[in-house]
Write a protein that binds this ligand. Structure first.
Ligand code: GTP
Ligand code: NA
Ligand code: MG
Length: 405
C-alpha cells in the first residue's frame, strides 16, 4: 500500500523510571555528546524535548521524564512516544515507580528497552535487576526472552552508544514512517508562559510539515505560528515529522497531550473551534440526559450502588490519569461518582462535601493538613492518601466491593 512508501521518520523516545535512577543524567550525557551545537538565537533554550544526531540516525527524546507526563499525554489519547526507555539503577533494582513505568509502557503498547544504569558503582548488581525483571515476566534476551536490556553508566558514558544503537534498531523494526507532504498533525508536549516572549508551546510534529504563519487549532483555541525555534533555540521556518519545535503565537497556554491541527487561515481556524464547541455542548447535554435516566433507573431498581469520591492529587496529569482509571472501573452494578477532583491537599470544604455526600476523599501524592484531618475525624470522613497509584486503585476496588474498613 501507499503507506509503506512513505519516508521514514525518527523515533520519539520517552525516558521513565524510579526517582533518582538517573533519567536526567542519562539524557544530559546524550545531549552533551550527541546534540550538535547550533547557534542560539531563538526564543529560549529550554524546551521539553531534544533531538540527538547519532552515527546511526536521528533520535528525538522527550525531556519531560517521568511517567506522569507520559500518562497525561496518553490520557488525552495521544501516543507521542514510539519507544520507552525504562531506567533502572543497578544498585537499587526494581522499585515501585519502575513497576508503574513498565505498566504504563505496556498499557501504551510501546516497545520497551531497559537501561540498567549506574553500572560504574561498586554495589552495582545488573544480574539481580535481570532476575527481578524475569519475575515480572519480562525476560531479558540473554535469558531467552525478548526484552532488550542494556547496561549503562550516565557517569562514565559506558554502554550509551549501545543504547542509542538499540533505539535505532527498535525503530527500524517498528518501521516508523510519516508523510512530510501530508496534512499536518502534532501534539502539545508542554506549554508555558515566558515573561518576555509570552505563551510558548512545545509542539511535536507527527505528520506533515509545520510552517511559519500557519494557523493552529488546539482544543477550542487557535493561534498563529509567529515564531518557531528548534530545540537548540535556532529559528526555523518549517518542521517535518518527528520534530519537536517551540511555537510562539498561542494566546493561552495549551495543555500537554492536546492534539494540534492546522488551518489554512484564521477564518478556517475559527470555524474548527466553533464546530468543536458546539459538539462539546451536544455531548454534555447527552451526558446530562443519560445521567438522569441512570438516576431514574437507580430509583426504580435500587440495585446500582454509587461510590462517591473526592479526588485530590499533586498535578493535573495525575488527576486526569486517575479519573481515567476510575471511569473504567464503573460497571452496571457500581457507579463511581467523582464529586470533585482537584490539585493540591484536601480542604475543609472537601471534608464538608464528603460528609454530606458520604464520600471518601482519595489523595494521591498529597496529604491533608492536621486541621483538615481533625475535622474529617470529627465528621467521620475517611481521607485516604497514597503515593503509589496501585495502592490507590486497590482502595477503589475495596470501595467498589464495599470491603473498605
Ligand atoms: P528524578 O528526576 O528525581 O526522578 O531523578 P532521575 O532519575 O532523573 O535521576 P538523576 O539523573 O537526577 O540522578 C540521580 C542521582 O544519581 C544523581 O546524584 C546522579 O549524579 C546519580 N547518577 C545518575 N546516573 C549515574 C551513574 O550512571 N552512575 C553514578 N554513580 N551515579 C549516577
Ligand atoms: Na533526581
Ligand atoms: Mg530527573
Amino acid at each position: 500500500t501507499a503507506t509503506t512508501e512513505l519516508p521514514h521518520r525518527a523515533p520519539v523516545v520517552t525516558i521513565m523510571g524510579h526517582v533518582d535512577h538517573g533519567k536526567t543524567s542519562l539524557l544530559d550525557y546524550i545531549r552533551k555528546t550527541k546534540v550538535a551545537a547550533k547557534e542560539a538565537g531563538g526564543i529560549t533554550q529550554h524546551v521539553g524535548a531534544f533531538e540527538a544526531q547519532t552515527s546511526k540516525g536521528r533520535i528525538v527524546f522527550i525531556d519531560t521524564p517521568g511517567h506522569e507526563a507520559f500518562t497525561t499525554i496518553r490520557a488525552r489519547g495521544a501516543n507521542v512516544a514510539d519507544i520507552a526507555i525504562i531506567v533502572i539503577a543497578a544498585d537499587d533494582s526494581l522499585m515501585p515507580q519502575t513497576r508503574e513505568a513498565i505498566a504504563h509502557a505496556q498499557a501504551a503498547k510501546v516497545p520497551m528497552i531497559v537501561a540498567i544504569n549506574k553500572i560504574d558503582l561498586a554495589q552495582a548488581d545488573p544480574d539481580r535487576v535481570k532476575t527481578d525483571l524475569t519475575q515480572l515476566n519480562l525476560v531479558p534476551e540473554e535469558y531467552g526472552g525478548d526484552l532488550v536490556v542494556v547496561p549503562v553508566s550516565a557517569r562514565s558514558g559506558e554502554g550509551i552508544e549501545d543504547l542509542l544503537e538499540y533505539i535505532i534498531l527498535t525503530a527500524e523494526i517498528e518501521d516508523l514512517r510519516a508523510d512530510p507532504k501530508g496534512e499536518f498533525a502534532g501534539v502539545i508536549i508542554e506549554g508555558k508562559v515566558d515573561k518576555q516572549a509570552g505563551v510558548l508551546a512545545t509542539v511535536m510534529v507527527q505528520q506533515g510539515t509545520l510552517n511559519l504563519g500557519d494557523f493552529l487549532v488546539v482544543g477550542e483555541k487557535y493561534g498563529k505560528v509567529k515564531a518557531m525555534t528548534d530545540t537548540n533555540g535556532g529559528r526555523i521556518k518549517s518542521a517535518g515529522p518527528s520534530t519537536p519545535v517551540q511555537v510562539l503565537g498561542f494566546s493561552e497556554v495549551p495543555d500537554s497531550g492536546e492534539k494540534v491541527v492546522a488551518a489554512k487561515n484564521e477564518h478556517a481556524a475559527r470555524e474548527i473551534v466553533q464546530a468543536r464547541a458546539s459538539d462539546r455542548r451536544d455531548v454534555e447535554n447527552a451526558r446530562v440526559r443519560s445521567r438522569l435516566t441512570l438516576e431514574e433507573m437507580m430509583g426504580s431498581l435500587g440495585s446500582v450502588r454509587t461510590v462517591n469520591l473526592i479526588l485530590r492529587a499533586d498535578t493535573q496529569g495525575s488527576v486526569e490519569a486517575i479519573q481515567g482509571i476510575l471511569a473504567r472501573k464503573e460497571s452496571d452494578d457500581v457507579k463511581i461518582n467523582v464529586m470533585f477532583a482537584g490539585i493540591g491537599a484536601p480542604s475543609e470544604a472537601d471534608v464538608l462535601l464528603a460528609s454530606t455526600a458520604e464520600a471518601t476523599i482519595l489523595c494521591f501524592s498529597v496529604t491533608a493538613a492536621g486541621g483538615v484531618k481533625k475535622i474529617a475525624d470529627s465528621k467521620g470522613v475517611d481521607i485516604k492518601s497514597y503515593r503509589i497509584i496501585y495502592e490507590l486503585i486497590d482502595e477503589v476496588d475495596r470501595l467498589i466491593k464495599g470491603t473498605s474498613e
